[in-house]
Design a protein around this ligand. Structure first.
Ligand SMILES: Nc1ncnc2c1ncn2[C@@H]1O[C@H](COP(=O)(O)OP(=O)(O)OP(=O)(O)O)[C@@H](O)[C@H]1O
Ligand SMILES: [Mg+2]
Length: 282
């Protein structure tokens, strides 16, 4: 049996109550994102069910969840890429999305990719400034296909930030990067977030990444939020605290410690293309 993904483990995790999720962000300012009773189905298949979510202005929220739990579906709604007809959904008008692949147009130079769709004056100067902020001042005129993976994701971040979004949505943006590059991009994201203060929703499979970056972590299962953790500790002091919280979140995700060969086989059976690491159990 697939021990790591045994659905019975999930049955023990009850969805959080409506009040629990909403109360967290009601501290004065109205939320930047507000969903009440949000539901999304494909045919008869309900993917998100009766979901309530607030994200405060400037808050950094990470969303964890097993494959197929509805993370991208939720993110697409918040990005305005998916319909939410007649539902109680409020999202900022200014949004930007960063995906797992950079989605740069190969026939446009890097600065032109960043400038794409910008209106107003000084478009090249604005694109340049954004690229300088992500450390790509020397690659303005490069073709996207000549960028490394980390550079391409930094260009994608510049393209998102040049729009000065109130809500930045990221769907596994660092998943394809090696560990060292990912660490550096984490630092960059925190620096950019501190400077610009958008609300952020980061979809990730990496529990350690979520702990290192977020104000709040949500776990989605079968379209319901089943766990929520708010992290008060300063980001620089989080390495020491990751142990217990990490175990707890992995428990919510239906994974315990990696114990035996059966478990490892189960991991590779489920997702053969994704390198396994203890912080990336999917
Ligand atoms: N356009 C669509 N039509 C039908 N089913 C869809 C569509 N988009 C998503 N789904 C289904 O909705 C479910 C949730 O998909 P979603 O992409 O949101 O999962 P996810 O949590 O992002 O997974 P992963 O971690 O693998 O990216 C899946 O079962 C998927 O097959
Ligand atoms: Mg997804």
């Amino acid at each position: 049996m697939n021990a790591l993904f045994d659905s019975r483990r999930f049955a023990q995790v009850a969805p959080l109550s409506r009040d629990a999720i909403v109360a967290q962000t009601q501290e004065g300012k109205p939320p930047a994102v507000r969903l009440r009773g949000f539901t999304r189905s494909f045919g008869d298949n309900a993917i998100i069910e009766d979901l309530d979510l607030d994200i405060a202005p400037g808050e950094f929220v990470s969303l964890l969840g097993r494959s197929g739990s509805g993370k991208t579906t939720l993110l697409r709604t918040l990005a305005g890429l998916d319909r939410a007809d007649g539902q109680d959904v409020a999202i900022p008008s200014s949004r930007a999305v960063v995906f797992q692949d950079s989605r740069l147009l190969p026939w446009k130079r890097v600065w032109q990719n960043v400038a794409l769709g910008l209106r107003g004056k000084d478009i090249r100067a604005r694109a340049e400034r954004a690229l300088r902020e992500v450390g790509l001042a020397h690659r303005l005129d490069a073709w996207p296909l000549t960028l490394s993976g980390g550079e391409a994701q930094r260009a994608a971040l510049a393209r998102a930030l040049v729009r000065e979004p109130q809500l930045l949505l990221m769907d596994e943006p660092f998943a394809a990067l090696d560990a060292l590059t990912r660490f550096r991009v984490h630092e960059l994201v925190l620096r950019l977030w501190t400077a610009h203060r958008p609300s952020i929703l980061l979809v990730t499979h990496d529990v350690d990444e979520a702990i290192a970056l977020s104000d709040r972590i949500l776990v989605l299962d079968k379209g319901r939020i089943v766990a929520e953790e708010r992290i008060e500790a300063p980001r620089g002091e989080r390495l020491a605290m990751t142990g217990a919280l990490r175990e707890k979140l992995l428990g919510c995700l239906g994974t315990g410690r990696i114990g035996d060969d059966d478990d490892l086989e189960a991991v590779f059976d489920d997702k053969p293309n994704i390198p396994f690491s203890p912080s990336n159990p999917f």
